[in-house]
Design a protein around this ligand. Structure first.
Ligand SMILES: C[S@@+](CC[C@H](N)C(=O)[O-])C[C@H]1O[C@@H](n2cnc3c(N)ncnc32)[C@H](O)[C@@H]1O
Length: 289
């Protein structure tokens, strides 16, 4: 019976050498180094016999224009690793900042069991991060994730299970329309990253966005402002759902600062401010009931 023994005279490439070779191969066909490394780390992690063929197929998808997040199927958002696919928007770093703003505003408000509404939850990025981080601080947060897309809600539910998050529920609704009326006057924080790209602007943006759901990105114009209709509807509708002093925090487009401030003040909100993001662009409306 022959035994399978490693031939000591052959110099076997180490796994890291194979991976370096593959990274260089992907750079050679046109990927940048960072994405080449991500793909190699992802596909070669298990190292089964089909891994290299799958890696090359993944690289081809990237070269054809598909976002790397959909190819590898997951993406980090704050402390969560979220599964993402073309049913949901790929979460952005600005929205990680949005969560940071919401958490620091909430810390100033006090309360040990906040009720949070994530309007347009997509993958669940914002609401699930808030649940996870507040629970880690010992608070008993309840988060309601809302979306009009059943596909998005399925992904968000999957991500909540993946991270074993408690205190999270899901509602299929167009903004406030199908929310249980018993929530009126009880919500501590409404946090949202709604669609805010105008139709004309969308046509000028990177073609990679065409892989994401259109309904997650583009909003009709309102009050003469491009891409403003969802923001306007949310800001005008928020107050009755909030507790006294409750927070509304909205991510918005570069051109929306004046419109969000005016709409929030006209809706009777107070302590109305707008903050820049890490790139110095106008991005986050903060207002209180
Ligand atoms: C910009 S994406 C944000 C997704 C996620 N919150 C994030 O930051 O990654 C907007 C989300 O709003 C949802 N949406 C669009 N119109 C809506 C509406 N009328 N009511 C509820 N959700 C809506 C989309 O399906 C999408 O998931």
């Amino acid at each position: 019976m022959p035994s399978f023994r490693k031939n000591e005279h052959v110099s076997w490439p180490r796994v890291t050498d194979v991976n370096s070779y593959l990274v260089n191969e992907l750079i050679g066909v046109g990927l940048n180094r960072r994405e080449a490394r991500w793909l190699v780390e992802e596909y070669m992690a298990d190292g089964d016999h089909g891994a290299i063929a799958a890696l090359r197929a993944g690289a081809q998808r990237r070269l054809d224009g598909e976002p790397i997040q959909y190819i590898i199927g997951h993406w980090p958002f704050r402390s969560l690793d979220l599964d993402v696919d073309p049913r949901v928007l790929i979460p952005r770093p600005e929205s990680e900042e949005l969560v940071g703003v919401a958490l620091s505003e909430l810390a100033d408000s006090g309360g040990s069991a906040p009720l949070i509404l994530d309007l347009g939850c997509g993958s669940g990025a914002i609401g699930l991060s808030m649940a996870q981080e507040l629970n880690a601080r010992g608070l008993r947060a309840s988060v309601i994730c809302v979306d009009e897309s059943l596909d998005a809600l399925a992904v968000a539910k999957h991500n909540a299970s993946k991270h074993e998050l408690t205190g999270v529920s899901f509602v299929h609704s167009s903004w406030f329309d199908a929310l249980d009326t018993s929530l009126r006057g009880r919500v501590d924080v409404i946090v949202t990253n709604p669609p805010y790209i105008g139709v004309e602007q969308f046509a000028t943006l990177d073609a990679v966005l065409t892989y994401e759901p259109l309904g997650a990105l583009v909003a009709p114009d309102a009050s003469g402002v491009a891409g403003f209709s969802d923001l306007e509807e949310i800001i005008q509708g928020a107050s009755p759902w909030l507790v006294a002093n409750g927070l509304l925090i909205c991510e918005h487009g570069d051109m929306h600062r004046q419109a969000v401030l005016t709409t929030a003040r006209d809706a009777g909100m107070r302590d109305v401010r707008d903050l820049d993001d890490m790139f110095g662009n106008p991005r986050f409306l903060v207002a209180r009931r």
